[in-house]
Design a protein around this ligand. Structure first.
Ligand SMILES: [Zn+2]
Length: 496
């Protein structure tokens, strides 16, 4: 039987099951039927591609938190049962949590090296939605042979602006892309660039107001209007604090654009509680706004970017010492700031406090997203440790949030944020029959990040298996070499 027909048969089986379930539930035969349905799907002769046995299966969508066996077939979850299952391959998950694979809405890098780092941290889908790309079709083409994990990109206002304004920067704007106001013709070229990216299947629209300080409200409104018209979320790096978040809420409210504010921890810093209240109020008024956070008190970005140059040029020495050059670990002074500024490269920004990180991570509104950042052999420890750090430090060690809530922030919530534009996301972030077989299997008693600002490439411990579209990319805590089951996450392409 062809894989498609085999999958169809299983789908039909689960459809019929649901119908019988409703009919018989009325007669109080719920328990009898539940068992019958499981045996109907899991016949004694069924052999799955892979089975995961004896794990604590946790699914935030259904609330399931119980020991189950899981069978995978043709890249999908085919059965979840208390009965014995047979597979061509078996993963013994006794003592481990089995949950949907982690979906990261904010990951720079997007190279084989960063996909490998992220897979070891439990990530099965890595999306670059903040900076994005200026050429969405080319971005997907470069990866069409498959990657270790699923991947996707936004059409980035910053990147489109860099190309329209002919900015010399490679990663972020360093000249006219940041500092020159666009003419009417240039704004129209930026709009066309964003529209083209959406037609090519961009997952969302990216923006970062501190990286493009010369972009006027008129230019930003033009971009937000496209988002509203196409019902596409804008993943925006807001200017700082209550003022910055108020600005993006108002751009979104005026245009009715769906809004996702990235890394609320570093956007809000000491004003995190006030900003979270602001977001909660906006949501109560019916505004479509979501947010995310990463679990570290320091940030990182390119030293030549406007975000760093505008904030730190001319500040007192004490404030300059917030900056750390990651290659050496030294804190910067006026002389080294100028010198490294000419050289270029990532800089660590020690600008937040632990209580603010806890407030951001534990709030029910925030998703977990890494903002993974890696450049030429160095980067931020969040690249390799974000998800294991939340599970180890904030769930197990400090009880800042429950395990199910943490998993929800890493799986279901990011999937739901995108599924309006990318219907394929309805099959991710859930552990249910028919969903994509993207799974993360970890030891909740042991999981923890190991990377530090000085040694940011260390893999975490306790993430034992990571499965992407049915294929293990991490096994026994080690990266599996030579596999590329990751597929493009892309909005449907309108060919008209
Ligand atoms: Zn950012």
């Amino acid at each position: 039987m062809s894989p498609i027909r085999k999958t169809l048969r299983l789908r039909q089986a689960s459809g019929a099951t649901a119908k019988h379930y409703v009919r018989l539930a009325a007669f109080g035969l719920l328990a009898v039927l539940a068992n019958a349905a499981l045996s109907a799907q899991n016949t004694p002769t069924a052999v799955y591609d892979r089975v995961i046995t004896g794990g604590r299966v946790m699914d935030p969508a259904s609330g399931l938190d119980a020991v189950r066996n899981v069978g995978l077939l043709d890249g999908r979850i085919a059965v979840i049962t208390t009965e014995a299952v047979r597979g061509r391959d078996t993963i013994d998950a006794r003592g481990l949590v089995v949950c949907p694979g982690f979906i990261d809405l904010h990951a720079h890098g997007q190279t084989p090296e960063t996909y490998r780092f992220q897979s070891l941290d439990g990530v099965t889908t890595s999306l670059e939605l903040e900076l994005g790309s200026s050429d969405v079709a080319a971005w997907y083409d470069e990866r069409r042979a498959g990657e270790r994990i699923n991947y996707g990109v936004s059409i980035g206002h910053i990147k489109v602006r860099m190309s329209v304004m002919r900015d010399a920067g490679s990663f972020l704007p360093v000249g006219e892309g940041a500092y020159r106001a666009a003419s009417a013709a240039e704004i129209s070229a930026i709009e066309k660039g964003v529209e083209r990216g959406l037609l090519e299947g961009a997952v969302s629209i990216g923006a970062g107001l501190t990286y493009t300080p010369a972009a006027t409200r008129e230019e930003l409104l033009a971009v937000f209007r496209i988002a509203a018209r196409t019902k596409t979320p804008v993943n925006v790096h807001a200017r700082g604090g209550v003022a910055g978040v108020t600005e993006v809420l108002s751009l979104a409210a005026e245009t009715h654009a769906p809004l996702h504010i990235v890394h609320i921890n570093s956007a809000a810093l000491a004003e995190t509680p006030a900003v979270l209240t602001l977001l909660n109020d906006a949501r109560s008024r019916g505004q479509d706004v979501t947010t995310e956070a990463y679990p570290y008190a320091a940030g990182m970005t390119e030293i030549q970017s406007a975000t760093i140059q505008d904030r730190y040029r001319g500040v007192p020495a004490k404030q300059l010492a917030e900056l750390e050059w990651p290659r050496t670990g030294e804190r910067l002074n006026r002389e080294s700031f100028e010198r490294y500024g000419r050289l270029g490269g990532p800089v660590v920004i020690h600008h937040n406090t632990e209580p603010m990180v806890v407030a951001a991570i534990s709030n029910p509104m925030t998703m977990v997203a890494s903002d993974a950042y890696w450049q030429e052999g160095t980067g931020h420890p969040r690249t390799t440790g974000t998800f294991s750090r939340v599970l180890g430090r904030y769930v197990r060690e400090t009880h800042a949030l429950s395990l199910m809530d943490a998993i929800r922030k890493m799986t279901l919530m990011p999937a739901q944020r995108l599924e309006g534009r990318v219907p394929a996301m309805q099959q991710k972030g859930r552990l249910r029959v028919g969903a994509d077989a993207d799974l993360t299997i970890f030891d909740a008693a042991r999981v923890i990040d190991r990377s530090t600002y000085r040694e940011p490439s260390l893999p975490p411990v306790g993430i034992q298996y990571v499965i992407v579209n049915g294929v293990p990319v991490v096994a026994n805590g080690q990266a599996v070499d030579g596999v590329a089951p990751g597929k493009a996450i892309r909005a449907p392409i309108d060919r008209h």
